[in-house]
Design a protein around this ligand. Structure first.
Ligand code: ADP
Ligand code: ADP
Length: 226
């Protein structure tokens, strides 16, 4: 695992619209930081700049001791979990979990070890031979998390991963993510507009508004202030 460090990061779209206005924040090694704020405040833009899916207008993003501004997503040693699960429909769950590792020419014993470990952790061992179309929404979300886990990245990025689930499943998956976090102590930057989700998961909360950080602190500090 590794820390994530943003220094004075800005994003200007189309040379005119400043969506992120000089944000500095750090996610310590093993820390779970939740970026929360209303729709349009720049959360997704910020996360996508860390992932390498969006160019950085100015400032620096570092993962571990490496500035990653100009690196391709694949070179950043991160894994991202999206709200649309992005699973390959024609492949089995096992196939989906293995896919990225096979492309990296990893030894098959190591691939099998990682897939078995992730499947066990996410309780999807019994589903390995099914296709995504034969899974429930919650199961698909678990497979999507499994695909990120098997990469064993330095850090995880979550972009509103639960927002497509119904209320009951959302509560269940929220607890699941919390359980995994307690167990694995992954370095994570998690974006949501849901305050309860933010409060439940965060070691540290960062409240973004209009492209700037409005508040940052523990859930207690942010929500129980008079
Ligand atoms: P959030 O994730 O908090 O909802 P976004 O990061 O998606 O916010 O968007 C922040 C602001 O930037 C919004 O005003 C949005 O309309 C604008 N924006 C996002 N993507 C683009 C884009 N590709 N081109 C121009 N403006 C964009
Ligand atoms: P590879 O890791 O061998 O490049 P993939 O085909 O799985 O294999 O990935 C295609 C691209 O998407 C690569 O750049 C990969 O690093 C990236 N990628 C795949 N899954 C994720 C993920 N969950 N989070 C971030 N990047 C990913």
């Amino acid at each position: 695992m590794a820390n994530i460090e943003l220094k004075d990061v800005r994003k200007v779209y189309n040379n005119v619209f400043e969506a992120v206005k000089g944000v500095s924040l750090s996610v310590a090694d093993g820390e779970f930081v939740v970026l929360v704020g209303p729709s349009g405040c720049g959360k997704s833009t910020l996360l996508r700049m860390v992932a390498g899916l969006e160019s950085i207008t100015s400032g620096t993003v570092a993962i571990g001791d490496k500035i990653v501004n100009t690196l391709e997503p694949a070179q950043r040693d991160i894994a991202m979990v999206f709200q649309n699960y992005a699973l390959y429909p024609h492949m089995s769950v096992r196939g989906n979990l293995q896919y990225g590792l096979k492309n990296r020419k990893m030894a098959s014993a190591e691939i099998a070890r990682r897939v078995a470990e992730a499947a066990k952790m996410l309780e999807i061992d019994a589903l390995l031979d099914r296709k995504p179309g034969q899974l429930s929404g919650g199961q698909r979300q678990r497979v999507a998390m499994g695909r990120a886990l098997v990469r064993e990245p330095a850090a995880f990025l979550f972009d509103e991963p639960l927002s497509n689930l119904d209320a009951k499943l959302r509560v269940q998956m929220r607890a699941e993510i919390r359980r995994l976090q307690r167990r694995l102590r992954t370095t994570s930057l998690y974006v949501t507009h849901d305050q309860l989700e933010a409060m439940t998961l965060a070691d540290k909360l960062v409240v973004l508004n209009g492209g700037v950080i409005e508040q940052a602190g523990t859930p207690m500090e942010i929500y129980e202030r008079p």
